[in-house]
Design a protein around this ligand. Structure first.
Ligand code: PEP
Ligand code: MG
Length: 325
């Protein structure tokens, strides 16, 4: 049933039984942000800032970064603008950092690990994000956190950036929300502990799936193993959502899974109320959401958690909810 998506280009998202769902956007640059604004997205759920660093002869300066972040903060007029600190390494090389090639790039020196090791680079980005926070609803998000110590170190470098700006009389939001990606299995398992230390979670289902199943997300040879409907992946996602709810912090999901019709109904059933998707998907997601009944989705999601394979989950969802699509 391909409804006319025009209807969903500029409206709020609700389930069939009128539960309000937030649909935010994933962006890599300002043109994607503009497209999402046209679709009146509920905010920017993920700005992949590493794209400001890639394919450039040098690292972007603080002023260059402030200009980009500030324009988003201003244009989005109070809607959340979630800026993720650089997630480089893995499949995202940055020439100007001269990183050595690694045998196990996805398990190696990447993202927050590089930032904590090179605080002089990290501080420039943190200062830029903080300075932009004076102009709108800017939130900061750390990628690839694997343990509590990393989160604490990242937060303490953020404190250092705040201290510097205070000393320079640069305005910024003292209460800027601090969130983290839940995309490494240990953080999902310990999400009750992490929830006490951050203002929000965003589940990175792309990496979470690859790490739970030990299947490289870019390797076609293991693509059949890489499946976000695997019950092992689903149980960790459900646990993370439950722990965020118990701690009273918002939780979104910003991986490709948010755009998968089969997964969408399960995520709604787990109680997720916030999704972040590629701009072009926004109308379709709103359309799909409007066909999902929250109460029924809860029943199916409970059953999905009891399945023993991704096929069992897919058959279950195909046989029930998807009739409504
Ligand atoms: C993810 O891992 O799901 C995610 C959204 O981040 P990225 O795809 O940039 O790693
Ligand atoms: Mg990721």
């Amino acid at each position: 049933q391909k409804a006319d998506l025009k209807k969903y280009q500029a409206c709020e998202a609700f389930t069939a039984d009128r539960k309000r769902i937030r649909v935010l956007c994933n962006i890599m640059d300002t043109s994607m942000a503009e497209k999402s604004l046209k679709y009146s997205a509920d905010g920017i759920g993920l700005f992949r800032t590493e794209f400001l660093y890639m394919d450039k002869p040098r690292l972007p300066s603080e002023a260059e970064q402030v200009a980009v972040y500030r324009s988003l903060a201003v244009n989005w007029k109070g809607k959340p603008v979630t800026i993720r600190t650089i997630d480089i390494g893995g499949d995202k090389p940055v020439e100007s950092l001269h990183l050595e090639a690694e045998k196990n790039a996805f398990l190696g020196y990447r993202a927050i690990r590089i930032c904590l090791d090179r605080p002089e680079i990290f501080l420039i980005q943190l200062r830029a994000i903080l300075r932009a926070s004076a102009f709108g609803n800017v939130q900061i998000m750390f990628p690839m956190i694997s343990n509590i110590s990393e989160l604490q170190q990242a937060k303490s470098i953020l404190e250092e950036a705040k201290k510097q700006l205070r000393a320079e009389n640069q305005p910024f939001n003292e209460k800027i929300p601090i969130g983290m990606m839940v995309e490494i299995p240990s953080t999902a398992i310990l999400s009750d502990k992490f929830a006490a230390l951050v203002d929000f979670f965003s589940i990175g289902s792309n990496d979470l799936t690859q790490y739970v199943l030990a299947a490289d997300r870019t390797n076609q040879k293991v693509a059949s193993i890489y499946n976000h409907l695997d019950p092992g992946v689903l149980r960790l996602i459900e646990l993370t959502i439950r722990n965020s709810r118990e701690a009273g912090i918002p939780c979104s999901l910003c991986g490709e899974m948010a755009g998968d019709p089969l997964a969408l109904s399960l995520l709604i059933g787990f109680g997720l109320e916030k999704f972040s998707v590629n701009p072009g998907r926004i109308p379709l997601i709103r359309n799909l959401l409007s066909l999902i009944d929250f109460k029924r989705a809860q029943t199916v999601a409970d059953q999905a958690l009891k399945q023993s394979s991704s096929k069992g989950v897919a058959d279950l969802v195909n046989g029930t909810l998807s009739k409504e699509y």
